[in-house]
Write a protein that binds this ligand. Sequence first.
Ligand code: NAP
Length: 297
Amino acid sequence: MKKVSFAEFGGPDVLQLIDAEEPHAGPGQVRIAVRAAGVNPADWRIREGQVLKAHPVVLPAGVGLDAAGVVDEVGEGVEGVEAGDHVFGEGSSTYAEFAVLSAWARMPEGLTFEEAAGYPSVVETALRILREVGVRSGQTLLVSGASGGVGSAVLQIARDRSIAVIGTAGAANQDYLRSLGALATTYGEGWVDRVRQLGHVDAALDLAGSGVIGELVELTGDPQKVISIADLEAPKFGVRFSGVAGSVPDALAEAAALISRGRLHIPVEKAYPLAEAAAAHIDSQAGHTRGRRVVVV
Ligand SMILES: NC(=O)c1ccc[n+]([C@@H]2O[C@H](COP(=O)([O-])OP(=O)(O)OC[C@H]3O[C@@H](n4cnc5c(N)ncnc54)[C@H](OP(=O)(O)O)[C@@H]3O)[C@@H](O)[C@H]2O)c1
């Protein structure tokens, strides 16, 4: 099968499309014929060897954590899914013709494979950090970096829970944030005053890692009311860094339910052929987007 792989850590040019042996579903896993794989910033951080503690890598290594496709092997002990089912979920080496998933849910009706591949990691992250930050219905959440994959999920799940949101994004994404139910303002010079003019903030999420933890603490008045997923300096301000996936075991089923109810829709900004995975990484690393990027097989 064809698979995107890298034999050394480095820039996008270390990615190669190679012929590789097909993986097989082990106990508790399914194998899918991949139709699309989600592109996450984690993919290029792993490729660069930045996050070896959280994601140990044996070279040569595959790329990709999220995918959507058609089940073609069901591992020992797995129930409730069979060959031919359309699923989306999390696994490893998903930029490939076949991949093994360790968590999955049936794709909601009406979703394309490209759209479905964009959800798994970002929805897991959004549900996790909303729980960890402890924001409740009727309160206001500030989201720094609200227009990307995680931000798109956070804003819509918050809206579904009657949590008001103030989001920051680039000038081109202000209407996008408003379309997801948030009050919007731009990041950059003067942003703290612009947020204050939009209202009181009860809790805050840093999704961009743009060095704003001090300001988020100032705006909420309490480091315990701030969570970062992108700034390793956060603990220096008494702020929690959330980095361990898996604490919301039913995240994919919850995502499927939200999508089916029409409460969650994350747009695909761009789809790239498998052979152009390096271009997807270059665009993701540039740090600006509206929704998700995916690689199609
Ligand atoms: N710790 C964890 O568990 C975990 C899980 C998932 C992701 N992450 C990390 O969280 C970050 C976001 O992930 P993602 O998938 O949402 O990324 P993404 O889809 O690439 O989105 C990045 C967003 O950051 C915004 N941005 C860029 N510069 C900014 C600035 N100075 N201030 C505020 N926002 C800015 C961009 O907005 P514009 O396009 O509007 O400029 C863009 O929407 C990444 O660093 C990723 O590695 C961590």
